[in-house]
Design a protein around this ligand. Structure first.
Ligand code: DQA
Length: 157
């Protein structure tokens, strides 16, 4: 079965207790379960890694080149600082979707830059947990578009 690599960056392990007014009350496990359930409807399995260490995430992206067909990533604050993670993602050729629970563009200025935005296929921000589910839908569409290049991008039939 084809695999999506779901990556969660620093401090996302504390979702549920971390600033629930900003990030909601759902735990990371709940978001991961939602991704697994949505991916299963498209016969995709999910491997999830959460790490507070940049290098772990970079190595997971490298490994995905051999094991995964797509990557969904919420890199946490590394989104705003890690050119190394962006470089790693640029090497991965499958669909890549960036997710943020909050809307960084509406928050502090340091959150307005995403080093990842230029190397992913698309970004979902500010939609809470819905963003994770929509990211799976985006991956499914992008995989189908790549398999059937002649059809209109995003078309359902
Ligand atoms: C976040 C937004 C980032 O700015 C922040 O550092 C996070 C979470 C989000 O999901 O909204 O850790 O990626």
């Amino acid at each position: 079965m084809r695999e999506i690599l779901l990556l969660s960056g620093p401090n996302l392990d504390l979702l549920g207790v971390r600033s629930p007014d900003v990030y909601g009350t759902a735990t990371l496990s709940a978001h991961v379960e939602a991704v697994i359930a949505r991916a299963a409807t498209a016969d995709l399995r999910v491997r999830h890694l959460q790490s507070n260490f940049e290098g772990d995430l970079i190595e997971a992206v490298h490994g995905a080149r051999a094991s995964a067909v797509a990557i969904i990533i919420n890199a946490g604050a590394l989104t705003h600082s890690s050119w190394a993670l962006a470089d790693a993602l640029a090497i991965f050729s499958g669909p890549k979707i960036e997710v943020h629970l909050s809307n960084p563009a509406a928050r502090e200025p340091f959150r307005h830059l995403s080093t990842l935005a230029g190397v992913v296929d698309g970004s979902l921000a500010g939609l809470g947990g819905l963003g994770y589910v929509l990211a799976v839908d985006a991956v499914v569409h992008l995989l189908e578009d790549r398999e059937t290049p002649s059809r209109l991008p995003g078309a359902t039939a």
